[in-house]
Design a protein around this ligand. Structure first.
Ligand code: MN
Length: 244
């Protein structure tokens, strides 16, 4: 390493530390100063990254049209209801007290936000040891869990979602909801913190699979981000964090 490169590396190293420190302070300040507007999150991968299991055209429309519309309409509904500044989670917990527009668009906003995160183009991810043990405990085996999730997904008549949740006793449970409802809502039949979800609206698969929901459900298992789902599980069962 010559002197110039050496000095440069020291300078960049120091600048890096300063930037990181400044960055995290900025982040903390931004978090406190959230302006109350819900925003469409970026996908953590490109639209065509999940092919051939989920096609790029579907992903693009689903994100830029459907999720974007739920996000915009949730903001309008929240403002109209005088709820600006409340978190999406807090709104979900008391959704029975609000207008249908809050329930439907709030669900649409938060459900898709989770859906993008539980998918990945990286193949071969598996549930962590901790999550595997819980799956075996609550379903008997991974195969039984998958069967249970598939059966639940097929049973939803019309539009809805399938979920793997951690309930208030920290047990895993498969459940379904209609429309854009979710297990975080006070009106849910099975309440809990979702760690995995599958969008069963036709807009999620019709372009590629037409009416064959079963093909879409089968394809879904190839793109589940078990690293993320496992992390979500482990965070949820931490002491004091069991309740959704
Ligand atoms: Mn959708």
């Amino acid at each position: 390493m010559d002197k110039r490169t050496f000095l440069k590396s020291i300078f960049l190293g120091t600048a890096g530390v300063v930037a990181t420190g400044f960055g995290s302070k900025l982040l903390a300040r931004n978090r406190k100063k959230w302006d109350g507007i819900f925003r469409l999150p970026d996908l953590p991968y490109s639209y065509d990254a999940l092919e051939p299991f989920i096609d790029g055209e579907t992903m693009k429309l689903h994100h830029t049209k459907h999720h974007a519309a739920y996000t915009d309409n949730f903001n309008l509904a929240v403002a109209a209801a005088g709820l600006t500044g409340k978190s999406a989670m807090a709104i979900m917990k008391n959704v029975s007290g609000h207008a249908d527009s809050v329930r439907n668009n709030g669900g649409g906003y938060i459900n898709h936000r989770l859906f993008w995160r539980v998918l990945t183009p990286v193949s071969g991810r598996k549930p962590s040891l901790e999550l595997s043990k819980a799956i075996d405990r609550d379903f008997g085996s991974y195969e039984n869990f998958r069967e249970s999730f598939n059966t639940a997904s097929k049973s939803v008549f019309g539009s809805g979602w399938a979920w793997l949740i951690v309930d208030e006793n920290k047990n895993l449970k498969v459940t379904t909801t209609y429309n854009q409802d979710n297990p975080m809502m006070d009106i849910a039949r099975d309440k809990g913190m979702p760690i995995l979800c599958l969008d069963l609206w036709e807009h999620a698969y019709y372009m590629k699979n037409q009416n064959r929901r079963v093909d879409y459900i089968d394809a879904f298992w190839n793109v589940v981000d078990w690293d993320y789902v496992s992390k979500r599980y482990e965070n949820t069962i931490k002491p004091g964090k069991a309740r959704s």
